[in-house]
Design a protein around this ligand. Sequence first.
Ligand SMILES: *Cc1c(COP(=O)(O)O)cnc(C)c1O
Length: 370
Amino acid sequence: MTVPFLDLQAAYLELRAEIGEAMDRVLASGWYVGGPEIAGFEAAFAAYCGAGHCVGVGNGLDALHLALRAMNVGSGDEVIVASNGYIATVLAVSMVGATPVLVEPDARTHNLDPGRVEAALTPRTKVILPTHLYGQPADLDPLLELARRYGLRLLEDAAQAHGARYKGRRVGAHGDAVAWSFYPSKNLGALGDAGAVTTDDPVLAERIRTLGNYGSHRRYVNEVRGVNSRLDPVQAAVLTVKLRHLNEWNGRRAVIAGHYRTALAASGLELPFVPDWADPAWHLFVVQADAREALQAGLTEAGVQSLTHYPIPPHRQQAYRDLALPAGSLPVAERLAQRVLSLPIGPHMSATQVDAVVGAVATAMQRRAA
Ligand SMILES: *Cc1c(COP(=O)(O)O)cnc(C)c1O
């Protein structure tokens, strides 16, 4: 038996008829940029998130960078981001000319540690930018409190957290703005690149829309120097279909995560920690292991695909050598990068595949202990 990390083809095939109908509707409509499909998806996703507004953009990186620009963040400003996680969050800060200030995560939740943020604030700090990493909601209340106290904005990177809940309320409008990616492998994934920003702030929403449309909201009148980053109507139609299935598909992920947590409780692995206020979207199921490479090799041998999210923290990337943060300067992020391993999880995994993963982990761990 082979267990793929994620079966995107099966996701398409389950909805093939619905998706085909939606795509055909767009292709026959004559609207190939903008139009009713965009407005329809934006309204549906805003309602799903409990946000006043949703603005579709080209991808998740643009959602982050346009939200920062809309918040007037630029050269000389600082943005607080977690020192672990995906490079896009940090790149978005660089794209607006601001400086990313890397703050260590809580080693158990993998999310920005609110207790370490205050010490990193300076008069130049403009935004706190937590990621809901792996679909686990970040601890937002203390971050919101800090933002309020210091007059900062809170922008959330929710690219991995479609449908996750923080203290019972869905991620999507706790902070000033929330950035989403609909990259194909995300919980709500398009069939190509796509992204969005949700917010309760009508001014921010309008600025993001203008910035993503050449800095114009009246044709050929350009108020600011914008970019071209618009949600594609074909992708909007696909996303409208997939949004209807998101809760059910997230439910299937939660069942698998629950099974892993029970079956692997005595495996010797460090399993995901879920605070009692969190309802994760289970985008990834990330374990920590002392001998990560050996575990991964054992899984590969058993036909189980696993991935590392992420093997090199942003400050150790060549792209960020100018931050001059040598090895050892952010030890929590560096240690996580050496220990994390993502097991297969997705709405199209069979019970047999889940059992195969559990069996392969047990074999690999016993071999190490022997
Ligand atoms: C996927 C992802 C992004 C970037 O999204 P794209 O649509 O690929 O640009 C940003 N942040 C996080 C945490 C992500 O997982």
